[in-house]
Ligand binder design. Sequence first.
Ligand SMILES: [Zn+2]
Length: 175
Amino acid sequence: MKPDQLHIWECTSISEINKLMKLQFNMNACKNEIIINDKNIIVEYKDKSLSELKLTLRNLIFELSDLNIEFVALNMNDELLKELGLQNFKDIYNDCHKIIEKDRYLNILLYEPPKEIKCKNEMLRLINHYHSTLYGGHCGINKCIKKLKQKYVWKNMNKMVKNYINNCQNAPNQK
Ligand SMILES: [Zn+2]
C-alpha cells in the first residue's frame, strides 16, 4: 500500500484487497440506499448532484465506522470514479472527512482488477516477460504465477506457466 491522499490509498498488490469488503457505487438506482452484505457494500444513489453525493459518502463513513470497518476496496473502474474523475472523487471524499468527528474515518483502497487475456500469443509474451527477461530473472513457477496474477488473468494460467518454465532452456535446474 502507498498513501495517496488522506483517506484514499492505491494498492500495489491485488492480495491486499482479498480480505476487504468491496465497495461499489450503483448510479442508476431508484433510491438512495447503502446495502451491506457479506462481501460487498453497494451504495445506490439516484441524485447525482454534488451535495447529494457528499451526503451519501458521509452516511457511508458513518455506517461503516459504526461497524468498525476501517478499510474497503474500490475498483478503479467503478462507475462513480469514471463519472467524477479520480481526482475529484478524492477531493470530495476527503472533504467529507473534514466535517466528521476525528475518530470516524473510512479508508478506501483503490485497486486495478486483473486484465483478462484471451490471445495465446499475448499469454506467451507475458510469461516470457515475467520469466525469461532480465526483469523475470528466470524465476521459479510459483513466483512467476504470483507476479502475473497481480495484473492478469486467464484460464489455465498455472498449467501454462509450469509448462513454459519446465521447458525453459536457460536454467535447466530450476523448479
Ligand atoms: Zn528460465
